[in-house]
Design a binder for this molecule. Structure first.
Ligand code: DC
Length: 227
């Protein structure tokens, strides 16, 4: 058994995974790894280099050029693409679709998964994504599948973007979320599915605090059992 502890949080876009995972990591004294940010960085690379998002072969061919690095500055994850800090740039709305497209390419998944496992081998982690409980860390002692209705998620994304001064119409966000759910769940390579041993948490009617408390309680119980 690994000396380190792992919490895997998977679920659809905008379910609140990163907000929750960050807080759970802080409470448990673990490292937080946002794996979606790594796919976003590869998506940004393809956008910047004019690689068509429909061109899976082209993406696979150039995947190795997109050097993605994750570093922690004052405990906060920063994502670097070929040495440039792109933590801000990867949050642009157009990068979401690019990330979804590159994440369907097996060559991209292979590279990023190796890096994610390497990080988990050297530290206790709370990792969020789509395939953490099923593929990246199938032995994680705590697995959560965090979801919420598409409407609630679109509303949250709308408020988040509006607060940043980048309003996008709610209807468009809802459509994008539905499209991404569909892409993420139906792709052949590591589709988003709930692991058989994951706990389903629907956050539609839960506060962030309630979700965090539920996951921390699960983790503490498992940690006690390991002592
Ligand atoms: O969580 P997010 O929206 O930042 O993720 C961006 C995209 O990356 C999303 O469409 C699905 C993909 N992704 C993935 O396929 N596997 C992961 N472990 C994390 C994200």
């Amino acid at each position: 058994m690994s000396e380190y502890f792992a919490v895997a949080i998977d679920g659809p876009a905008a379910a609140g995974k990163s907000t929750v995972a960050k807080r759970v990591a802080r409470e448990l004294g673990a490292l937080y790894l946002d794996t979606g940010a790594m796919y976003r960085a590869v998506g940004l690379y393809m956008l910047r280099h004019g690689v068509s998002l429909d061109d899976a072969e082209g993406i696979a061919h150039r995947a190795g050029e997109a050097r993605v690095d994750v570093r922690y500055v004052d405990g906060i994850q920063r994502v670097f693409l070929c040495g440039e800090d792109v933590s801000q740039a990867i949050r642009e709305n157009e990068v979401s679709a690019a990330a979804s497209a590159v994440s369907a390419v097996p060559a991209v998944r292979k590279i990023l998964m190796a890096r994610q496992r390497e990080i988990a081998a050297g530290s206790s982690v709370v990792m969020d994504g789509r395939d953490i409980g099923t593929k990246v860390l199938p032995d994680a002692p705590v697995k959560v599948f965090l979801t919420a209705s598409a409407e609630v998620r679109a509303r949250r994304r709308f408020e988040e973007l509006s607060a940043k001064g980048q309003p996008v119409p709610y209807e468009r966000l809802l459509e994008e979320i539905r499209q991404r759910d569909h892409n993420d769940a139906t792709r052949a390579a590591s589709p988003m599915v709930q692991a058989a041993d994951a706990q389903l948490l629907d956050s539609s009617d839960m506060t962030v605090e309630q979700v965090v408390a539920a996951i921390v309680a699960m983790a503490r119980e498992k940690m006690e059992g390991r002592r």
